[in-house]
Write a protein that binds this ligand. Structure first.
Ligand code: F6R
Length: 592
């Protein structure tokens, strides 16, 4: 998703190197174009399609002049990734500059109106209507702040914008609706950005404007105004994520660093036990729980379903957030709706959360403190994975699982389960210490066009997540299946060219999964099993095996068995020559 940054320095020195550094820190969000605008009497703009390094070597962002400016990484949603569509966008007179994250649902109507009034457009983006609206209102006599307010009143959809204008220079004006935006300050100056990693190096005191509020940044400080223009007091929180946490620290990629950090993510999230207990007490009795999430977080939710249903006997639904509106009709005051999201900003989940608040108790399990969903839900559990920069979720996933396991264990009063969780970090470290071996195993898979992942019971969501990790970063088509479903269709696709990953931990589903393993073996599939150390039956029936040591049982498997599958995807991606941190077409924070 697009990344936005704005900075105004306290002193009159050039802001460009700082802006450039900040926008580079948002690469992880996913983007296809990059641009910057600064002001030194005139608005200077440089922007182009391409990655930050390539565009910078062609345009040299860092020599732009002026002590304030805005920057943007664009992830194309309305209009193709082209130089013209890259942000910042100016109004037709070139005097109002805007960066925008989000999508405007009604931009075509506004554009038509503006065209009828004689305005001209250069791009095919939705964003370009914003500077033109602002300019129009400024020409009608409004100051920049009120012009921004009036312009945003017309917009429908999601936006976080930062604006400056030649006719009212020396300030940045920013606002948001359904898109994330933080304001922060440090020694050098004042910042606005779509996410904290952008500014951590310069500013760790973060203010989170509410939707519809307008932030005004000058070299003297920050003001936040409400929808009526009234000054509102703001409170900042200190972000203890260090800039180093968002660096590769000697690893080749964020993804491998974050896979290795999973033991720490689990350990730190276990530190939330007392908070989770308190949240459970405050929530009180519920008759039904409904998990709502997307992607990897959806897979964590399925583990939650298996766990809570088997331990606490509470009926659980798991809904993909973008499909939630139908189930939402059945939510009532006895339902707890649980939102799982690493970013806490995912648009579909947020819309479902808005809906759930009207009828039910809501709980958000998020990794980013102060994110939109953590502000909007009634109850919050914060996972402690630290910043995750790789687009593919890894450590935030095991942290989500840890929080869900604690929640389920505490809800059911299952001390045995909770005690087992404290051993998980060691199990994870044991797997990651074998990464050279996993790399070797992975080198045999880059040929594949398709792959299947099979698991039953607690291992079914592992299969789903293993397949997602493979497809999103290696671009190999992969399907996760409940092992018992295979014979109801997909078995037709299995032959000697198809890798099948079988997740088969010890436990009550073991024998049945073994039957499924034998089914695919009979079709000569290339089987790689993940099972317990020393399991000879698995070894005999599989082409390759990754052994989990010690032999954790199925109930704990989701937290451990996923790790070799993440590593396999990582190494296959490297073999194919792709960058695992930035898979094509994907973004870290999906705010549209
Ligand atoms: C996959 C991945 C995505 C996210 C999904 C939800 O590796 O990261 O599938 O899980 O976009 O994002 P959050 O958890 O931020 O709501």
């Amino acid at each position: 998703m697009c990344g936005i940054v704005g900075c105004i320095l306290k002193e009159n020195k050039d802001v460009a190197p700082i802006l450039f550094n900040c926008i580079s820190k948002l690469e992880y969000r996913g983007y296809d174009s990059v641009g910057m605008a600064t002001f030194n009497g005139e608005i200077n703009v440089k922007k182009a399609e391409g990655d930050i390094e390539t565009v910078d070597s062609a345009l040299n962002f860092r020599n732009m002049k002026g002590y304030f400016g805005i920057a943007h990484t664009r992830w194309a949603s309305t209009g193709k990734p082209t130089d013209e569509n890259a942000h910042p966008h100016l109004d037709e007179t070139g005097t109002v500059a805007v960066v925008h994250n989000g999508t405007l649902e009604n931009y075509s109507y506004i554009k038509e109106e503006l065209i009828k009034e004689g305005h001209e457009f250069k791009s095919t983006t939705d964003t370009e209507v914003i500077p033109n609206l602002i300019k129009k209102y400024m020409d009608n006599g409004l100051d920049l702040e009120n012009a921004v307010r009036k312009a945003t009143e017309k917009l429908k959809g999601s936006y976080a914008i930062v604006v400056f204008a030649k006719d009212e220079p020396d300030k940045l004006v920013a606002t948001r609706m359904n898109s994330p935006l933080i304001v922060s300050y440090g020694k050098e100056g004042y910042f606005v950005a779509s996410d904290t990693p952008a500014v951590l190096e310069y500013a760790r005191n973060v203010v989170r404007p509410k939707e519809g509020e307008i932030a005004i940044l000058t070299k003297k400080g920050i003001e936040i105004h409400d929808a009526n223009g009234k000054k509102v007091p703001w409170r900042s929180e200190y972000i203890d994520w260090t800039p180093e946490m968002a660096q590769k620290e000697g690893y080749d990629h964020f993804m491998i660093k974050e896979i290795i950090e999973q033991s720490t993510a689990v350990r730190n999230t276990l530190g939330q036990k007392a908070n989770i207990k308190k949240v459970i007490e405050e929530i009180g009795d519920v008759k039904r729980i409904c998990f709502v999430a997307c992607g990897t977080s959806y897979h964590a939710s399925i583990s939650g379903k298996y766990l809570i249903e088997s331990l606490a006997g509470i009926p659980i639904d798991v809904i993909i957030a973008s499909e939630a509106k139908y189930t939402a009709k059945t939510w009532d005051e006895d339902t707890l709706v649980v939102f799982i999201s690493q970013s806490g900003e995912t648009y579909d989940s947020r819309m479902a959360l808005k809906q759930a608040r009207k009828t039910s108790k809501t709980l958000a399990i998020v990794n980013v403190a102060g994110s939109a969903m953590s502000e909007e839900a009634e109850f919050v559990i914060q996972t402690q994975a630290g910043p995750e920069i790789g687009v593919a979720a890894t450590k935030t996933y095991v942290a989500q699982l840890t929080a869900i396991y604690l929640f389920a264990g505490l809800l059911a009063g299952d001390d045995d389960l909770i005690n087992q969780l404290y051993k998980v970090p060691t199990y994870i470290d044991e797997v990651t210490s074998q990464r050279e071996y996993i790399k070797e195993l992975s080198s045999r898979y880059d040929f594949a066009d398709d792959a299947f992942y099979l698991g039953r019971g607690f291992s079914y969501p592992i299969a789903l997540e293993g397949a997602l990790k493979l497809k999103e970063i290696t671009y190999i088509h992969a399907e996760g299946y409940a092992a018992g479903e295979l014979k109801h269709g997909p078995l037709a696709l299995i032959d000697e060219k198809v890798p099948v990953f079988v997740i088969i931990p010890p436990g009550e589903d073991y024998d049945k999964t073994m039957t499924n393993l034998e089914e695919v073996k009979a079709r000569d599939a290339i089987i790689l099993s993940v099972g317990a150390e020393g399991d000879e039956k698995i070894a005999k029936n599989s082409r390759m095996v990754f052994e989990i040591n010690p032999a954790v049982k199925d109930i704990i498997a989701p937290l451990v068995y996923i790790v070799p599958l993440q590593l396999i995807s990582y190494y296959v991606t490297l073999d194919k020559g792709y960058n695992p941190d930035k898979p094509r077409n994907l973004a870290k924070v999906i705010t549209v």
